[in-house]
Design a protein around this ligand. Sequence first.
Ligand SMILES: Nc1ncnc2c1ncn2[C@@H]1O[C@H](COP(=O)(O)OP(=O)(O)OP(=O)(O)O)[C@@H](O)[C@H]1O
Ligand SMILES: [Mg+2]
Length: 519
Amino acid sequence: MSLRSRLTAPEGGANARHRPPPGDAAGHLVPSFRAKLLEEIDLAEMSALTPQERRDRLERVLGHIISREGPVLATQDRESLIRRVVDEALGLGVLEPLLEDGTITEIMVNGPDQIYVERAGRVERVPVRFASTEQLMQTIERIVSTVNRRVDESNPMVDARLPSGERVNVIVPPLSLTGPTLTIRRFPRAYTLPELIGLGTLDEHIVALLSAVIRARFNVIVSGGTGSGKTTLLNALSGLIPEHERIITVEDAAELQLQQQHTIRLETRPPNVEGKGRITVRDLVRNSLRMRPDRIIVGEVRGGETLDMLQAMSTGHDGSLATVHANSAEDALTRLQTLASMSEVEIPFAALQDQINSAVDVLVQLARFPDGSRKVVEVTLLASQGREPFRIASVARFDARPMGADGRVYGEFAHLPLPRRAAQRLYLAGESVPPAFGVAGAEGELTTRRAGTHGDDPGSGDDPGSGYAPRSGAEPGSEPGSRPGSGSGAEPGSGAGPDSGPAAYSGGQAGRAGREVAE
Ligand SMILES: Nc1ncnc2c1ncn2[C@@H]1O[C@H](COP(=O)(O)OP(=O)(O)OP(=O)(O)O)[C@@H](O)[C@H]1O
Ligand SMILES: [Mg+2]
């Protein structure tokens, strides 16, 4: 009987441990032999084997254990015991069918009784459960053991990437009051830019602009909330880097799938059981600088490495890309500043402002919408210099229409003129400004707004369900320019864009040179 059919059969999983099927004399021995087997095997060695070799090896080791420790069993019972123990040791229980299901992008287990999945961007509860907390813990142990890690009270959090590419996060009691909690992100599909256009995430004009700025070695930060598609967009954008350049990627858990040949992938390492040997994103960013990179791509900045990355970006390693978790362009800048100040190097806040002003060129803001779609809600260029307060110029944004009865999000992308300085830099690099944008003529033609002065905690607004628009953004249908809490609306005297109206992303109904989002 296969693992899956055993698990999906009503007698499997939940009840099998308490009520062994008739004729299964050794059924009650399964948990103890499984524990003994896990004690005896060398996890590091196991992870290097193919699935068939792993099964063969487990069967052999278990055969030895049964011979050594008894009890004496009839051949049939002995074989059945071995098969069941190995099935359990290799399988992932009730999660197996969910993992098999290609339409599921995320599996969330909140204790033994609640399992949610994400399909097509929507989260739904599935009618399966683990038999007990103990069974869930066993499954968790099995998952993390494939990457040579352990979960227990002294090590209650694990974040890892499985050999198959899935990203797994585990947090167990006492830290999790809900019970053992497991989050599995399926290996994200690598979308190409044309595919993202097809999904309505951005339009071809925005792609043309991003292509130009990446080729011209602008530093680009992709920002967005949890699951808003940052890594996916970063991956697609990295495809725009010319083939001859040497790219170094630095990630906590390697997710990027770059197509270029000359790519070096670096991944962090957690501490070992004695708490030693930890290699952080920061260590890797610093090391990457000594590897003659043409481009450094940091999967996500979350801490002190931000300072190293900003320094690299502003001192010769331009053309770098990174993502940051933030809910608007303003938040992203504040967040970068806060994260950079987390390094042990004491740098005055004003100096960090200077650093960010000279390092960051483009911010691409993503949001996840209630219908599961992900969209570039704004593209901004940094217009401030030196120690000036942050000032950003919105050059593209998504104007959502009020949601209709079908629950789907429609709207248009708007394109606004580029600041002269950015346009000049593009020209010097042999690139041109895509016609949909144009270049701001007089100062008044450029719409900028101040940012980074409100002291928000960007990490606090992380509600995946509320990713409709940046938190500080205007509500759909509200007056453009009224952006409470964001420091300011449009600058005085600004707003005379080529076809009217100051910038307010997401919500302005102005009929700009936008393209209908095909959905
Ligand atoms: N443009 C898109 N359209 C539809 N689905 C998308 C899009 N981008 C990403 N997704 C899906 O959303 C999920 C999350 O994507 P991704 O990992 O890129 O997000 P993220 O913002 O990097 O998440 P995290 O905050 O966890 O790092 C994946 O399942 C991915 O396939
Ligand atoms: Mg990501």
